[in-house]
Every structure is written in structure tokens, then in C-alpha cells.
Ligand binder design. Structure first.
Ligand code: SAH
Length: 212
């Protein structure tokens, strides 16, 4: 199978799993997932499956990246916060659909690798920050959208506080070793509305910065 055919099948698989927003599909088409996966797994970059990356973490399944992105209803003018940069793939897809993306990662090695890929792919509207994302990024708040790509037991309070009124946060909630629920939170004048979207499986949100 040549690259064009592999990519066409990949996009078809992502769409058949519910990613129907044309702008989100175009962003997934535009970002080369192969640039975010290293070594032996690189040849599987165009399969709709999660894959291992450094520091014992995973790059998410592309259709899940698409569904989470779609759930944020980005306008192209948004200031977005992502917690859990990992490979940087999700952040790159977000960057195609928003004004500015801040993404926070606790492993320094992943931060450095993601920055290098963003530079190589010429995605200047992404800032990769090394730190504990459970506390968000207060100096850049409020955000129009917040996406958490690691599972928390509850939506973290500091992140709820950094969402602007009218904004949307998407977060996997549940025990780390079990199936979790993907929750969409909308902030309004009087508080927050919660909606369960589907079940997902993410690595846990861990406190503090990583050892590497
Ligand atoms: N969005 C990523 C996949 C996320 S994997 C991608 O597109 O590849 C989840 C990531 O969250 C891991 O890299 C993990 O190190 C990170 N993480 C877990 N807890 C964190 C925390 N408290 N702050 C920042 N990053 C965290």
C-alpha cells in the first residue's frame, strides 16, 4: 500500500468512528502523525490506534484526538490550553483550528521533543510548557477551551477556574486503570454544566513534574 492510499484509509477510519466535522478532518489530514512517533512504531503512525512514546506514555488514538477536538467547537480565534503534551500530536491538530495553543507536560524529555517537532512542522502558534498541568497556566488564563489528555479523578479545580465564561473543557474522568468517561464541561455565568460524551482510556494525570 502506498502512502496516499494508507492516508486515505486512515482518514476513512477516523471519520467512520464519528469525526464528521470537516475542519477537524482537514486538520488531521494536514498534520503528519509520522513526525510524532519514533522508531519501530513510526510505520504504524497511520493506523487508528494509540502507540507508545517516550517516558512510558502514549500518543492517543487519532479518532479520539478528532472526537475531543470536535467536542471543543473551536472557532479559529481561540486561546486553548492542553494538559498532557505527550508527543505533541493533539496540540498540533488544535493549533490548526485555533489562534494560540499552550500545552503543558510534566516530562522534560517529551517537552523538548515536542518543541523540536513543532519547529520542524512550522507550527509557531504552540507554546510547550514544562510543569505540572494540574494547576493549569494561571498567567495565561482565562482560556476559551481546555483539553486534558490524561485521566483525572475529578475535573481539576484550577482548570475549571481558568476556563472563561462561555468556554468548554473536555476531560477524561475516572480511575486511571479503568475505563474512564470523557466529560464536556461548559462554563456559564452561574456555574458549570457537565455532559458525558463516551468512554475512553487515558494514562493518569500525575502530580508534580517527572524525573526526566
Ligand atoms: N496529548 C498527547 C497524549 C497524552 S498522554 C499526544 O497527543 O500525544 C498523557 C500525557 O500527560 C503524558 O505525556 C503525561 O506525561 C502527561 N501528564 C500526566 N500528568 C500530567 C501533569 N500533571 N501535568 C502535565 N502533564 C501530565
Amino acid at each position: 500500500m502506498d502512502h496516499a492510499e494508507r492516508k486515505m484509509r486512515f482518514l476513512y477510519a477516523v471519520r467512520s468512528r464519528g469525526v464528521t466535522d470537516a475542519r477537524v478532518l482537514a486538520a488531521i489530514e494536514a498534520i503528519d502523525r509520522g513526525a510524532f512517533v519514533r522508531g519501530a512504531f513510526a510505520e504504524r503512525a497511520y493506523e487508528d490506534t494509540p502507540l507508545p512514546i517516550a517516558c512510558g506514555q502514549t500518543i492517543s488514538q487519532p479518532s479520539v484526538v478528532g472526537l475531543m477536538t470536535q467536542a471543543l467547537a473551536l472557532t479559529g480565534r481561540d486561546k486553548v490550553l492542553e494538559i498532557g503534551t505527550g508527543s505533541g500530536y493533539q496540540a498540533a491538530v488544535l493549533a490548526k483550528l485555533s489562534r494560540r495553543v499552550y500545552t503543558v507536560e510534566r516530562h522534560r524529555r517529551l517537552v523538548l521533543e515536542a518543541r523540536a517537532v513543532m519547529a520542524a512542522l512550522d507550527l509557531p502558534n504552540i507554546t510547550v510548557v514544562h510543569g505540572d498541568g494540574s494547576f493549569g497556566l494561571p498567567e495565561q488564563a482565562p482560556f476559551d477551551s481546555i483539553l486534558v489528555t490524561a485521566a483525572a479523578e475529578d475535573p481539576p479545580g484550577p482548570l475549571l477556574a481558568q476556563l472563561r465564561v462561555g468556554g468548554i473543557m473536555v476531560v477524561p474522568v475516572g480511575q486511571s486503570d479503568a475505563v474512564q468517561s470523557l466529560i464536556r464541561v461548559r462554563r456559564h455565568e452561574g456555574g458549570y454544566d457537565y455532559e458525558e460524551l463516551r468512554s475512553v482510556r487515558f494514562v493518569p494525570l500525575v502530580e508534580g513534574v517527572g524525573p526526566d
